[in-house]
Design a protein around this ligand. Structure first.
Ligand code: COA
Length: 180
């Protein structure tokens, strides 16, 4: 059985609203894309951050959002075309509560409500199957940051529009513990 010392009972997923949420969002991106994956040195910020909408997953302690453990951003490079990028879940919280899948859902549904007619992402090769299962199709293989990726498109029918004030609560099912 996989060993996890502590499994938070609740996560919230929503657009980052407060300074601590934005700070946690950038810290997590640095941790995953600089320290863990080594794609960027020092920081991973770019000009897209000037207009992108940041989305977070935060784990809750005593019912209150306590720490940012998931991130993604969306932006509109041309009218009607939206893109998602910098999807990251903290290593200790992966494959636990569908945090990554729900961040994608929040990203695409939010963009849909803001007028997206197409939603694209450049997906690292090891995550193509993950996105396919979430109703994305590959538009072809590309190389980005020297690594294999796929250009992928979300099926917007599967991602109904919702407003920017949405907050989703996730409660992971402790499957590993039940088997113990
Ligand atoms: C990719 C990533 C965001 C996935 O987040 P996650 O929270 O672990 O994913 P979820 O828990 O929502 O996964 C949902 C389902 O997809 C599966 N899954 C997760 N990652 C997968 C992958 N790379 N390939 C295939 N299936 C995957 C999970 O096992 C789970 O299956 P289940 O519903 O049968 O239990 C996370 O692994 C991550 O941050 N990786 C490092 C950074 C990165 O690669 N970012 C994406 C760049 S494109």
């Amino acid at each position: 059985m996989e060993s996890r010392p502590f499994v938070p009972m609740e996560y919230v997923i929503r657009l980052a609203r407060t300074p601590w949420e934005r700070a946690g969002y950038h810290a997590l991106r640095r941790e995953v894309f600089c320290a863990e994956q080594g794609i960027f040195a020092g920081h991973d910020r770019d000009t897209i951050d000037e207009t992108a909408i940041p989305i977070i997953a935060a784990c809750c302690m005593a019912g209150m959002p306590d720490r940012v453990v998931g991130a993604v951003r969306i932006h509109e490079p041309e009218p009607g075309l939206w893109r998602g990028s910098r999807l990251a879940v903290h290593a200790e919280h992966r494959k636990l509560g569908r945090i990554g899948a729900e961040l994608i859902r929040m990203a695409v549904c939010t963009a849909h409500s803001l007028g997206a007619v197409r939603f694209l992402a450049q997906v690292q090769e090891q995550n193509v199957l993950f996105f396919r299962r979430l109703h994305w199709t590959s538009l072809g293989a590309i190389t980005l940051h020297g690594r294999p990726h796929h250009d992928m498109q979300a099926d917007l029918v599967r991602y109904p529009a919702h407003g920017r004030e949405q907050t989703w609560l996730l409660r992971p099912q402790p499957r590993g513990r039940e088997a113990a």
